[in-house]
Design a protein. Sequence first.
Length: 313
Amino acid sequence: MDDYSKKVKSETDRIRKAVINSLNTDTELSDEEVYETVEKMVLKGFRNVYCPFEKKQRIITQIFNSIRKLDVLQELIEDNEINEIMINGPSEIFYEKNGQIVRFADEFSSKEKLEDVIQQIASNVNRVVNEKNPILDLRLSDGSRVNIVLPPVALNGPIVTIRKFPDKQITMEDMIRLNTISEEAAMFLKKIVKAKYNIFISGGTSSGKTTFLNALSNFIPSDERIITIEDSAELRIQNIPNLVRLESRNKNVEGKNDVSIRELVRSSLRMRPDRIIVGEVRGKEALDMLSCLNSGHLGFRSLLHSHHQSQSH
């Protein structure tokens, strides 16, 4: 780092601390008021330090994000073209964009700052992650799925993986246009969904299972009662008025009150479903699903379930 960069970084750190100290006396400020405070202090602080306007704006955003948002992650979260963010400790951040994995130029100022961001993410959804409970799955307010693994389980520092989802749902028509699927195959799938066949969707990580399932769900008649069961809510079932969404729950701090996918599958059978959609199957719930299939009860993923006149396919 050259002398100029060191000087800019030093002044940025000084301003960040000054803003934090000023906020300690007034914790009721809105985000807009905090942003204005940061902006004023940056413009004043860099009067005697050469800094292009664009860089000043970036510094303002960086300081604001470090105080009120998710620090260096906020830029990646707000980029709609990024679909995966991978944090391997404070100084190694990667993201996937347009099918390519790229290393992010920025990093967290320290391991403690990354840990603060992790606790902020967890506390926003009333969840706990610590050395006693080092693994946590949750979702952000925008629907993004988050997986957190802390030391000592993670050997190279706190690990965070964020799976983002597109704002606009991809339809079967989009897939046909992009040559992801043929029109003939799409029409065949439409017929077997309407005929209430059981459908299993499988594939590797990031292969598009959830996207494909969401597209298939558009073929479900709107007068049916649908129940979705997920580890972390990702499905976007549309145009179904009679929709019940269930989500599993991890153990609390005392190691109690967890609700498993298996329990939700069993309970859903008493809720008069026309179809049950299970977002992901990877545990003991597979046995219950197979039992339901054998007795004429289930179907999806990944299971698109048909409670009545079910047929396996």
